[in-house]
Design a protein around this ligand. Structure first.
Ligand SMILES: *Cc1c(COP(=O)(O)O)cnc(C)c1O
Length: 233
């Protein structure tokens, strides 16, 4: 791994190449720099390279970094979200990628209403059916959309998935194809607060394949900031 600046150049080059292969415009894909566990100094290094969109998977860490860093930054909540932490998010997050239950959607709607805001959300889908992963089963998404379509303080922007960890990213291509198909099916429903255009898919190991299959957000952590070291306890 190089410096954050070097890594970002490499990631950017790969994003552009994947867009070209897929006949897509670079502007169609937003790089979410996943800064979880990494210090604000490293986020500043990424900011110096022009990065403004950051992803965190823990509310407390997102709040601390959001409140410490100045500038026109966008924070994306990408990790499993507990209902008792939602009240910290209005005014701080640009998008919540990980909505996976009706009770969570209700709480987001309630807390954003209190703040006079509308939450942009993605529905997390467990496309691969992995038991260890959060997310709705693909066949439950339609019913879920029906249930939340009248929530006035939520706007559903699209779908998100966390693909399995694989050695060969080609193994995840079908996962990405299936999430895109689901988006197209659900878009046809055309509900009021449902404007489904976004696909958050692809991480360090497989973001190029995800872009080839239509990702509009790729969430890249290790490829930018290096390996994460987790503290015990
Ligand atoms: C940590 C994380 C990522 C980034 O993973 P890398 O493999 O380090 O790129 C992406 N999405 C989610 C939901 C994550 O928790």
């Amino acid at each position: 791994m190089g410096t954050v600046a070097e890594n970002l150049k490499d990631v950017e080059r790969k994003i552009q190449a994947a867009c070209e292969r897929a006949g897509r415009k670079r502007e169609e894909v937003t790089l979410v720099a996943v800064s979880k566990t990494k210090p604000v100094e490293m986020i500043r290094e990424a900011m110096e390279e022009g990065i403004t969109v950051f992803g965190e998977n823990k509310v407390q860490e997102l709040v601390e970094k959001h409140d410490e860093l100045q500038g026109e930054l966008e924070w994306h909540m990408i990790g499993h979200l507990q209902r008792n932490k939602v009240s910290k998010l209005p005014g701080r997050v640009k998008m919540i990628h990980s909505v996976d239950s009706l009770r969570l959607a209700e709480e987001i709607d309630r807390q954003f209403e209190k703040a006079g805001l509308v939450a942009d959300i993605l529905i997390e889908v467990n496309v691969a059916g992995e038991e260890s992963k959060f997310g709705l089963a693909p066949q439950d998404v339609e019913d879920f959309l029906d249930k939340i379509k009248n929530f006035n303080h939520i706007c559903v922007k699209g779908l998100m998935t966390i693909a399995p960890f694989v050695e060969d990213p080609e193994e995840n291509r079908n996962i990405f194809i299936n999430l895109r198909k689901l988006l197209i099916d659900m878009r046809a429903k055309n509900n009021d607060n449902i404007d489904m255009t976004e696909l958050s898919m692809g991480m360090t190991g497989d973001y190029e394949v995800a872009i080839e299959e239509g990702a509009t957000f790729v969430r890249v952590g290790t490829g930018i900031f290096g390996n994460r070291i987790y503290q015990k306890g």
